[in-house]
Design a protein around this ligand. Structure first.
Ligand code: ZN
Length: 420
């Protein structure tokens, strides 16, 4: 059945980057609601839209991708994710800005442009050092928050046409930044072409995104959700940027979001200096891991199903022993995990989140109530399941008071386990 279905679908689905129609299933997570559509109490009895959450891999370029079910405007219009709510993320941003100013000698006559600049949490560090900045942010409410802190921000969607308009108005940039935005881009080719438009002849771009190799190695299937259209290896990213006249000359590995990479690009025609050894090493490592062969991608779906069984086994065992479990966090990845595994209030009494935008609401599809973190102190659960497992160290430190009554922390990924 499965094979027949893929053959029918393959005839109409093409790759977002290269246009090839040849693909295989990477992970089929069934039907799922949009992860940011948190519900108000009055919406709990209404129907909710669910969409297929089926990631596939292109046989030609190995881009892992989802079909686009939602217009980006629906995702970003009033986006509930304000970057500034995580301390570790803010520190990451501060260090990045400092390193870039030093490495590329940015000063008062430079221009730094960030695409999807959110509430200005990153650009503020350039601005405070006297480097002129421009944020391009699609969500109007988030852009307002940026302007309130003095970060010049335009409300628009980045692409080639928008970039041409920006260049006319503000000039070209010395540094173009795109952190955790590449996955959200429906028209990948238009987006990358627009980055080239924004850059001065000697300009540089840097982008950070979760590394597909880490997703596979560490079972991070919950990072797949409708708002993430594409999932990149370094080699596939290299192909995409090369197609638009951009050479990736350096790459760094970062611990953020479960394992990300930061790529550095410049105009291919300006690329006289050799690429760093890290580029060679990354290519070799991905090749050895098998990322240039479809077999490794095809195996992932079975790994995801096994992971679901392990997570449910683990939670069922705790419930059989009469333990109470609360969640920590209501991130996008948590909603994929909860919906795919079928975890509702039968397992988690509630979850808590620091974002006031989520408190008082319910998780989409699974209807788990979301409270402020103080709730944990009152209800004293036996276990706290950390849904944003990529922030586990920070969360364990913030919530360490739960150990007073013997509460233990659990992470679901890569395997469900109790933290020491
Ligand atoms: Zn492709």
């Amino acid at each position: 059945m499965r094979v027949a279905y893929e053959n029918i679908a393959a005839a109409v689905k093409t790759c977002r980057f290269c246009g090839s129609g040849e693909w295989s299933t990477f992970a089929d997570l069934g039907m799922s609601p949009l992860v940011q559509s948190f519900l108000e109490a009055r919406q709990l009895d209404a129907m909710e839209p669910f969409y297929p959450l089926h990631a596939r891999v292109c046989h030609a370029c190995f881009l892992v991708q989802l079909d686009e079910f939602v217009a980006p405007a629906a995702i970003f219009g009033e986006y509930a994710y304000f970057s500034s709510f995580s301390d570790a993320w803010l520190e990451h941003a501060r260090r990045y800005a400092e390193a870039m100013r030093e490495r590329f000698g940015l000063g008062r006559s430079s221009l730094v442009v960030e695409i999807a600049s959110n509430d200005g949490y990153l650009l503020q560090h350039f601005a405070s050092a006297g480097v002129p900045v421009l944020g391009i942010e699609p969500a109007a409410n988030v852009a307002r928050a940026a302007r309130d802190r003095g970060v010049r921000t335009e409300v628009s969607f980045h692409g080639r046409a928008n970039a041409e308009r920006i260049v006319m108005q503000y000039g070209r940039a010395d540094l173009v930044i795109g952190n955790n935005v590449l996955a959200h881009v429906p028209d990948l080719n238009d987006f990358v072409a627009g980055m080239k438009t924004l850059m001065k002849p000697g300009g540089v771009l840097t982008m950070e995104f979760p590394h597909l190799q880490r997703l596979i190695e560490e079972n991070q299937f919950d990072t797949i959700y409708h708002e993430h259209f594409s999932y990149f290896s370094f080699c596939t990213a290299e192909q995409v940027f090369a197609a638009h006249g951009l050479t990736l000359f350096d790459v760094e590995e970062l611990p953020t979001h479960g394992g990300s990479i930061r790529i550095y690009g410049r105009h291919a025609e300006a690329c006289t200096a050799p690429c760093t050894r890290r580029v060679e090493e990354m290519r070799a490592r991905e090749l050895a891991f098998g990322l240039r062969d479809v077999a490794i991608y095809r195996k992932f779906d079975a790994q995801v199903r096994a992971s679901k069984r392990d997570i449910l086994d683990f939670l069922i065992d705790l419930k059989r022993r009469g333990k109470s479990i609360a969640g920590y966090g209501a991130p996008g990845k948590g909603n994929t995990l909860l919906n795919y595994c079928g975890i509702r209030t039968d397992f988690l009494d509630y979850t808590v989140d620091r974002s006031p935008h989520k408190q008082g609401r319910f998780t989409p599809g699974t209807h788990i109530p979301i409270f402020a973190p103080e709730r944990v102190r009152d209800s004293r659960p036996d276990y706290l399941l950390i849904l944003p497992w990529n922030w586990r160290e920070e969360i364990v430190a913030q919530m360490s008071f739960v150990r007073e009554w013997g509460c233990r922390f659990i992470v679901p990924i890569p395997q469900p386990r109790i933290l020491p």
